[in-house]
Structures are given as structure tokens and as C-alpha cells.
Design a protein around this ligand. Structure first.
Ligand code: AMP
Length: 442
């Protein structure tokens, strides 16, 4: 390290001792370039798979009216009662940082009258969500979801095709160690009957359950099935199953979904307790868990929400969707180690002597315009030093422009992996690098 650099570092350390450094908010984190390359690769794969299934992107605001989530996610859910970042804006409106995006997507679908276009709408999104949960590995207060929604069809083929797509996506990012858990939570009609049976059963056992479950037994008994308290589990296991209470229409729908999954070669496990933590689900619900994740093993979750649009004041519009927890997905992707983040710099343009700068700057501009990443030294330095900078930047090639090169009208292009060097005319360098890198120009 050079003397000025050492002095600068020492001054930084001294300055940090004098004031308390400002740190990120608890439960949030910075994703640094060492990680973001892989995040981008996963997002690219997601886009590719979604587009192959004819989904298009939607971007909704992070900030929404609080009532949107109270009405859709459910007033008695943990998300709404304990976890939302809610504040009163200056004009007295209650706003919330979105804890999930399905409600926002359906709000946008209704607000812009997309239903007037008829047919099925297939939408996907990516972005941060906010929940004030207890932070731990795989659980953050700002976390990221990649999600997709299909609006406008009750058909069970939608459910099966969607699950097939998720399995393909996980395969594409190299995650193989997962289980698809599947259930049906019925429709409001049969679920009401089931909830009555559940209430009766809970009356007998609720004194032995945790305080939250005792409250839920009265307010929203389905939520008891989401309880994570260890001591409650053996009691909950013995409660009646929703699958025994489905009405004929819901049973038929569920049979069609499982039948098509078999046809499409998608493996699943029926899991009657899977009612999911949000109130808007109807019929099919699912989760994909991964054993590589530890305690927070739910990689993604979703299901059908045929009543949500009406809950939000719109016309009856069936829906089916997923939210993939990207933070957890990244842990699984890293474990699988099939996908690599591509963050390598293509070229370092090394120039020696002030007279070489105009050509070097022009060349760097040409490369960048053609989508070839390039770094240009800002000060004239000797060749040996330039090559060591190129090495440090992990550049794949170094393009060398010195006095000799200016005189001959040809540059030296050095392959930093093999050490081989070739003379190339400046006008041909972009094409030469493209061929070597095997990438089309953008
Ligand atoms: P949900 O919106 O609750 O259905 O969650 C869908 C997925 O988002 C879960 O399966 C997790 O992978 C992920 N997720 C939910 N909450 C968090 C959190 N606090 N931190 C990280 N990931 C989360």
C-alpha cells in the first residue's frame, strides 16, 4: 500500500474513534458488491423463467395506505397486529411500508382497471418488504421478495402450471434440495364449517395452548395452525384437518390440481396444517421448504386468493400467486454453488505517458459503449504497476498503450489469465475482446 493510502486509512480510523459511527437499522443490511453479482444472476434467471411463462413486470410503491393491508392480509394476523412499519403522514393519513406485495399488485390491478382488458393477467415483481420481526439468520426487517401473480382465472391448471414454473426456477438457480408442501383451505363456505369444528375442538384444549393461541381460538382459530410454539405442536397436530371438510367444488378443484401436478411430474407433499399466515387465501395453498436453510426453512409461499379483489372493493377476480423470500433463496443458491455471480471486469486500459491518454480514453469509451466493462487508470503509471492494478481489479484483459504502441498504431492486449499477449489495432479491440469473452455486444 502506498504512503498516501496508509495515511488516509490512519486518518479514517482516527476520525471513527472521535464520533460514534452510524450503523444500519437493526434487522436491515447492506448488500455489498461481493454479494450483489449473484443476486443479479438470480434475478435474471427469475425474469427469464417468468417471461417464458408469459409474465410481465409490475412495479408498485413501497409506501401504501395502511388500510390496504388491514383489509387484505387480515386485522388479526401477526403482520398487521405486530409487524408493520406504520406512521401518520403530515396530512394525517396512515401509511405503511409494504409488508408484502400481493395486496399492492391487486390494488394496482383494480386502480388501473386492468380487468377491463379481459383475459388473464400474469404479473411479476421484485423488491424490498418490511416487517418488524425478531431478526435472525434468514429473517430480516427489510427483506426481499421475488413474486408473481396470475389474476383472472379459477382454473386448477393455473395452480399446477404455476407450481411447475416455480420448480423450474429453483432448478435453474441450482436449488434441488426442496419440498413442495400443498394444501387446500377451501372457500368461505366450507371453511366456515371447518372453523366451527375447529372452534369446538379448541374449546376442549385451548387452556393448554400458549396465550396467543388462546386469543386466536376466540378471534381467528385458523391462525392457531400457524403457531410455532414448540409445546403447542402435539396438541395442534390432533386438531381436525381442513381437507376433511372441503365442499364438493373445492375437493374437485384440489383433485384437479394434484392430478395435473402428477401429470407434469411435479412432486408434492399434502400438508393439511398449511393454512399460511395471511387471511386472503382460498383453496390451494403451498410452501416450498429447503432443508439447507435451518430454522427459517420456508423458501417461498403462496396460493390462491379468489376473494381478495372483492375485499379491496373490486369486481370478483380470482388470483393465484407466490412470494419467494430472496434472502433465503440466496442462502440456498450459495449452498448449491451452481450459479456464479459474473462480476469480472473485462478490460483494464493501461496507458503510459500523457500523450497516450486521449487514445486510451477513446478506447475505454468505445468498449463501454459496446457493453464491455472497462476501467481506465486516472494517472500515468509504469507498465508493471498498471498490470498489478489490472490484476487487483481481476480484469480479464489489459489493453496496453505506451509510446511504442502509439508509434506503431497497434495496442498490446494481454490475457491476464494466460499471460499471452497479442497486437491489435485500436479500432478492432472491441470486436477482438467480444470474440474472446464470447459475449454479443449490447
Ligand atoms: P409470506 O409473505 O409471509 O408468505 O412469506 C413468503 C416468503 O418470504 C417466506 O417463505 C420467506 O422466504 C420470506 N420471508 C418472509 N418474512 C421474511 C423475513 N422477515 N425475512 C426474510 N424473509 C422473509
Amino acid at each position: 500500500m502506498s504512503r498516501p493510502a496508509r495515511t488516509y486509512l490512519r486518518r479514517c480510523r482516527e476520525a471513527l474513534k472521535k464520533v460514534n459511527p452510524i450503523r444500519s437499522v437493526k434487522g436491515t443490511r447492506d448488500l455489498l458488491p461481493a454479494e450483489t453479482a449473484l443476486w443479479q444472476r438470480v434475478e435474471e434467471e427469475a425474469r427469464r423463467v417468468f417471461v417464458a411463462y408469459n409474465f410481465r413486470e409490475i412495479r408498485t410503491p413501497v409506501l401504501e395506505p395502511t388500510v390496504l393491508f388491514a383489509r387484505s392480509v387480515g386485522a388479526d394476523t401477526d403482520i398487521v397486529t405486530k409487524e408493520m412499519y406504520t406512521f401518520t403522514d403530515r396530512d394525517n393519513e396512515s401509511l405503511t411500508l409494504r409488508p408484502e406485495a400481493t395486496a399492492s399488485v391487486v390494488r394496482a390491478y383494480l386502480e388501473h382497471g386492468l380487468y377491463n382488458e379481459g383475459g388473464i393477467h400474469k404479473l411479476y415483481y421484485m423488491g424490498p418488504m418490511f416487517r418488524r420481526e425478531r431478526p435472525q439468520k434468514g429473517r430480516y426487517r427489510q427483506f426481499y421478495q421475488i413474486g408473481a401473480e396470475v389474476l383472472g382465472s379459477y382454473h386448477p391448471s393455473i395452480d399446477a402450471e404455476f407450481l411447475e414454473m416455480l420448480v423450474l426456477f429453483l432448478e435453474r438457480v441450482g436449488v434441488r434440495d426442496f419440498a413442495l408442501l400443498l394444501n387446500s383451505v377451501g372457500c368461505p363456505k366450507c371453511r366456515a364449517e371447518y372453523v366451527k369444528a375447529l372452534r369446538r375442538a379448541l374449546e376442549r384444549v385451548k387452556v393448554d395452548l400458549c396465550a396467543d393461541c388462546q386469543r386466536r381460538a376466540a378471534t381467528n382459530p385458523l391462525r392457531v395452525l400457524d403457531c410455532k410454539v414448540e409445546a403447542d405442536q402435539p396438541i395442534i397436530e390432533k386438531l381436525p384437518h381442513i381437507l376433511e371438510h372441503l365442499c364438493p367444488e373445492c375437493q374437485q378443484h384440489f383433485d384437479r390440481v394434484t392430478g395435473e401436478l402428477k401429470q407434469r411430474g411435479v412432486a408434492y407433499q399434502i400438508t393439511p396444517r398449511l393454512v399460511r399466515g395471511l387471511d386472503y387465501y382460498t383453496r390451494t395453498t403451498f410452501e416450498i421448504t429447503s432443508s439447507v436453510l435451518g430454522a427459517q426453512n420456508a423458501l417461498l409461499g403462496g396460493g390462491r386468493y379468489d376473494g381478495l379483489a372483492e375485499m379491496l372493493g373490486g369486481p370478483p377476480t380470482p388470483g393465484f400467486g407466490v412470494a419467494i423470500g430472496q434472502d433465503r433463496l440466496m442462502l440456498a443458491v450459495e449452498q448449491a454453488a451452481q450459479l456464479k455471480g459474473e462480476d469480472q471486469l473485462a478490460a483494464y486500459v493501461a496507458w503510459m505517458g500523457e500523450q497516450a491518454l486521449p487514445l486510451a480514453a477513446q478506447l475505454a469509451q468505445d468498449l463501454r459503449r459496446q457493453g464491455i466493462s472497462a476501467e481506465l487508470g486516472y494517472e500515468p503509471i509504469k507498465l508493471k504497476k498498471s498490470l498489478s492494478v489490472a490484476n487487483k481489479l481481476r480484469a480479464r484483459f489489459a489493453v496496453i498503450i505506451g509510446e511504442g504502441e502509439l508509434a506503431s498504431g497497434r495496442c498490446q492486449v494481454k490475457d491476464m489469465n494466460t499471460g499471452q499477449q497479442e497486437e491489435v489495432e485500436p479500432a478492432r479491440i472491441a470486436q477482438y475482446l467480444q470474440e474472446k469473452l464470447g459475449k454479443p455486444s449490447v
